[in-house]
Design a protein around this ligand. Sequence first.
Ligand code: PLP
Length: 377
Amino acid sequence: MKIAPFATEHFFAEYEFTTPYQLCNSDCETVTIAELLAMAEVDLAELGQVSLGYTESQGNPQLRRALATSYATASPDDIVVLGTPVEGIYLAARALLEPDDEVIVLSPAYDALINMFEHVVGTSNVKKWQFQSTATGWKLDFDALAQKITSKTKLLVVNFPHNPTGYLPTPDQLTQLVQIVEQHNLWLFYDEMYHGLIHSGTPPIPSAADVCQRAVVLSGLSKTYGLPGLRTGWLVIQDEAPRQNVMNWKFYTSICPPAPSEFLALAAWQVREQLRQKNIAQIEQNLALAEQFFERWPDLFGWKRPHAGSVALVKMNVPSVTQFATRMAAEAGVLIHPATTLGSDDHHMRMGFGRAAFATALTQFENYLQQNRIPLT
Ligand SMILES: Cc1ncc(COP(=O)(O)O)c(C=O)c1O
């Protein structure tokens, strides 16, 4: 059975470990194992005592209890610890859907959120709910969503804070979304990989797990906490039947989470607030630099400030961002991410603000722009 190329991951596989100056990472600045354990006041020697036997398939009970404390309504039994966060998208697509069910996906999107569902129900059964572009930002069009729902629609797929726009719904919009899901008896796959990365001035919203019984929520440590190398993610599913179905699929994909990651995830969860605040501070510092940069290049870029998360979708007035990015990576070692891999057009790039080296990379980018005459569209 065919599946579309996972374009975003192909792009990063090609450039992430070979290009020195990166402006497009969606994760936040990471730490070493020794730094993490020192923050959590756990002796490094304890890691050496972790057994490398199989672990409990649904996830270490102590870890699930710890994770459950961050939800108002979810219990440890509702949590399924995954082998990797991205695995949760596959498991949910398999467990919730039958071929020919219809799915609506907010778009643009991290491409697994489109491709995986197309793989399971067929391309023609996945409808894109497009973000609307306004002069200053992005807009959710609830009328357009309502028009896409049919008697065959089974699932709505969203991701907030959103990759790539950095959009966060208002509390009222979240209520509206949940009402639509419940009114039409849909399932809601809600990707919260960037949950809690809220910029100053943006009203926070609760986890979808706490406001929607029919939600399957994906969360993890990769983005908000800057620990993608742990590969720790989890699903929150309060309804027993889909949770059991997810568990059955999980036996085929990873069986159980990796023991060292669960140990380190538990330590990370003790210091999650410290990690999150560190990462928000880095994002806000980099956003301020980016805004000054965009003010210096008003004709080349169209900037819409994100509300939350670590990324933004930026218009770039060149004939092809893909060609421009490829050339700049080869000539100057500076990496921007053409947003075509996320279902956007070739006049947008996704920028990432979570890394400490952002300022240096931005200077290199600006030097390259100054040294090269950039043809505008
Ligand atoms: C919205 C979204 N969901 C899921 C993932 C997958 O997370 P991970 O790479 O940690 O498996 C990503 C990664 O970029 C993402 O942006």
